[in-house]
Design a protein around this ligand. Structure first.
Ligand SMILES: [Zn+2]
Length: 108
């Protein structure tokens, strides 16, 4: 375990659920991103926020690029296919080789 792994132990990182992502999203206004074409498929900030209510958890993870976040430091981690999303132990290579296997054997 290296220093960074130790610093980012499970107690520091919150696994974002849908409610967390929606709350996080409410802090942003996406109108400029939409107008400038950085976000496509939506016409307004209101439209994307309405759409988000129906998003699945992985859509939030893809959009924001993280699964876990430290709300104090702002540190974001995308642990998919790398660490167990429950306990954040590093997955063994035989797990990461399996697509969409996000959990260690103990948490499955
Ligand atoms: Zn686990």
């Amino acid at each position: 375990m290296n220093c960074q792994d130790y610093m980012m132990s499970t107690k520091d990182l919150k696994r974002y659920n849908k409610k967390d992502f929606l709350s996080y999203a409410s802090g942003f206004d996406y109108q400029i991103d939409i107008d400038e074409g950085n976000i496509t498929g939506f016409k307004s900030d209101d439209e994307i926020k309405q759409s988000m209510k129906k998003w699945k958890i992985n859509e939030f993870r893809d959009f924001y690029g993280f699964t876990h976040k430290n709300n104090d430091s702002g540190y974001e981690l995308d642990a998919r296919n790398y660490k167990c999303l429950d306990c954040l132990t590093t997955l063994k290579p035989d797990y990461t080789s399996q697509k969409n296997n996000y959990y260690c054997a103990d948490c499955l």
